[in-house]
Design a protein around this ligand. Structure first.
Ligand SMILES: O=C(O)CCC(=O)C(=O)O
Length: 243
């Protein structure tokens, strides 16, 4: 083996400047992109799951709302619900090998170490697809990311655009810096009230996360975010890995 192979530094996913942006604004769009072979593998597997029901028994799958409203989104239950791209959410991808390639990459392990090894938290995570199907998607109310089934709160998510996410596709909108206000709602989905949203909009800048396929965002769980309907006529799939 050549000496350089032994001494070469590990490739870092994130620069110090990017972490500074994350700490100050509660999110950062990374300069680096998901390698195309990993991205293509995840997209291909997602097509197999949605259109052929492959491995879907172990997954929670939810169909889009017929009228785009959040309250009318389909039930989130285990198993396939037909050959369609009209799924809103798919959870339980943690053990899927093509997704694991990404979960095991430096884009996930580096922030994982930054949060958990430094603070001695136990390792917990949840991986899901958030889709806005070509037929219009479902509105997602503004919220902070919370969960109610563990003894500690999640801290951040790694968000990956699997398809291009221009503004008319219902890309995610964040209120930059809003993580500084702390937890706003005890309800289990972290959804905030319209009054809270109005007040926050007067204090924090709104940023639409228009992404290209393969672009990644690190998002602080307390950063208020939401997304609208998809008017682009194309699906807008994204992977969200919460830790
Ligand atoms: O993709 C979206 O529209 C929203 C995703 C989201 O809220 C999340 O990943 O926490």
């Amino acid at each position: 083996m050549k000496k350089t192979e032994l001494t070469a530094p590990l490739q870092s996913a994130v620069s110090e400047g990017e972490w500074d942006h994350f700490d100050e604004h509660g999110f950062v769009v990374l300069n680096k992109r998901v390698p195309s072979e990993i991205l293509d593998g995840m997209c291909q597997r997602l097509d197999e799951i949605m259109f052929h029901g492959v491995s879907a028994n172990g997954l929670m799958m939810q169909r889009e709302s017929p009228d785009g409203s959040y309250q009318n989104a389909g039930e989130q239950t285990a198993g396939w619900k037909g050959a369609t791209g009209d799924y809103r959410k798919i959870t339980g991808l943690e053990r899927e090998p093509k997704f694991r390639k990404f979960f095991d990459s430096v884009f996930v392990t580096e922030p994982h170490c930054r949060i958990y090894e430094r603070e001695g938290y136990p390792v917990r995570f949840r991986a899901m697809i958030m889709n806005k199907s070509a037929s219009g998607g479902t509105e997602l109310p503004f919220h902070q990311d919370r969960w109610d089934f563990e003894d500690c709160e999640p801290r951040m998510s790694v968000y990956v655009a699997l398809d291009p996410a221009p503004i008319d596709s219902g890309c995610v909108e964040v209120l930059a810096g809003s993580h500084s206000v702390g937890l706003l709602s005890e309800n289990h989905r972290g959804v905030i009230s319209l009054e809270q949203l109005e007040e926050l909009r007067s204090r924090f800048e709104s940023v639409f996360l228009e992404l290209e396929a393969g672009q990644m965002v690190y998002l602080n769980c307390l950063t208020v975010h939401g997304s609208g309907l998809n008017r682009s006529g194309k699906s807008r799939r994204a992977l969200s890995y919460l830790m």
